[in-house]
Design a protein around this ligand. Structure first.
Ligand code: AMP
Length: 409
């Protein structure tokens, strides 16, 4: 078992990855008096701008990860696609309270879904696909519509296709399999087309080799996420669930309190905590879920780190997800976060940035602008977010409409 160690202000936290999540972790850590070192290939990264030091190197550079470990008393990460060699280097040379098992699971959608289901929590029906034949068989078995996703590396709706008919399926077969030979796609063995994870015929390595997962389409009434913080001794605290609205596969709004019955929110928190416990998560774990019209909760995705849908906590809770993450990995007592105001978080993507900069000077104090210090604004790139505090979430949503920036684009 990994040793639980109290890390105190004055000591240094190493953050693998220098994006906005690292930046906001670093700001929380520095406020508490910790030193911060980050590793990122882009000099002066969002996190590097607020850290004591940045190791400028590729994220899969194991030697650089060792350098990060040497400079740190505890190491954490701000993204889940940590290279296996880097994870190994950190486990050997650093104090990594989060370990690497959960990283391994959350790097692969099939492993993740199987682990959530094994924890006794519902997920959408799913099947692996290795090639055109098994993809067609999976689509047939799950029925239309369904969703095809790459098992690795997808984010913000990338590597994801909704199949509504033969035309969509043909397009996915073409884009997923035309560039790779069928034999390369089946490198992990020769699984029977249409075999499911529940089937005894599918070995774990075969599942690991599957490039695609096919999921039944969930006609959800709402999407929720729960941020759970857990320490190595099993202590665990959750933030109030956020109701999330996506546009083009990218998070657009997080609404808190979520506009759903208390019993559904309680079930969401229970599911998230059950997953965190079963997977022995340490630090903040984000659990994204669908809520069906009947009020059933199905887990869609995990992120073993603070998450975009928890940014509302920066202004609307007495402890943010970033401070809580620092508390968890430093083995400090976890806070019991209270929601201090209804809030709606709206993301600032590249295409929104000019509007925000033009308009924000006139915005009142309860409209909280957070920008990440990224040099280049591209469409769809997360440049910042705005937390709008109000009497209730309907008033916050109305205020966002009045701000004008998001409906003009
Ligand atoms: P993901 O990358 O898995 O988080 O998916 C991004 C978004 O696509 C989700 O937040 C949903 O809005 C939508 N989506 C993903 N999977 C499904 C599904 N099985 N059924 C319906 N919508 C989905």
């Amino acid at each position: 078992m990994r040793e639980a160690r109290v890390i105190r202000p004055g000591q240094t936290i190493g953050i693998l990855g220098g994006g906005q999540l690292g930046r906001m972790m670093a700001i929380a850590a520095r406020q508490m008096g910790y030193g911060v070192v980050t590793l990122d290939p882009t000099p002066d990264s969002p996190c590097g701008q607020v850290a004591d030091h940045q190791v400028v190197a590729a994220l899969d550079d194991a030697k650089a990860a060792r350098e990060l470990a040497r400079r740190s008393d505890v190491v954490t990460y701000e993204f889940e696609n940590v290279d296996a060699a880097v994870a190994k280097a950190l486990e050997q040379d650093a104090h990594l309270p989060q370990g690497s098992r959960l990283l391994h699971i959350t790097q692969h959608r099939l492993r993740e879904k199987a682990a959530v289901r094994a924890a006794g929590v519902a997920v959408a029906p799913f099947q692996p696909a290795w090639d055109a034949a098994s993809l067609r068989a999976a689509v047939e078995a799950l029925g239309l519509p369904c969703v095809v996703k790459t098992t690795r590396g997808g984010y913000d709706g990338k590597g994801q296709w909704v199949i509504r008919g033969e035309e969509d399926l043909a397009a996915v077969v073409e884009s997923a399999f035309s560039a790779r030979s069928e034999s390369a796609a089946r490198a992990g063995g020769d699984p029977a087309p249409g075999a499911t994870l529940a089937s005894a015929r599918v070995e774990p390595d075969e599942v690991d080799e599957a490039p695609l997962i096919v999921e039944g389409f969930v006609p959800f009434a709402a999407e929720l996420s729960v941020l759970v913080a857990r320490r190595q001794d099993g202590r665990m605290v959750s933030f109030p669930p956020a109701e999330n609205i996506h546009r083009d596969g990218i998070l657009h709004l997080s609404i808190v309190p979520a506009r759903l019955p208390e019993a559904v929110l309680a079930a969401a928190v229970e599911a998230a905590e059950r997953v965190a416990r079963a997977l022995d998560a340490v630090g903040v774990l984000a659990v994204e879920m669908f809520v069906t019209r009947e009020g059933r909760v199905l887990v869609n995705e995990l992120a073993p780190r603070p998450h975009n849908s928890g940014h509302y906590t920066l202004d609307a809770c007495d402890t943010s997800q970033f401070e809580q993450h620092v508390r968890a990995i430093c083995h400090l007592e976890l806070a019991r976060p209270k929601l201090t105001s209804p809030v709606v978080m709206v993301n600032v993507l590249g295409q929104h940035l000019d509007g925000v900069l033009r308009e924000m000077a006139a915005w009142p104090g309860h409209v909280k602008v957070h920008l990440y210090g990224k040099r280049e604004a591209k469409p769809g790139r997360k440049m910042g977010h705005v937390n709008v505090l109000a009497e209730d979430v309907e008033a916050a949503l109305a205020q966002i409409r009045r701000l004008g920036v998001w409906d003009r684009v």
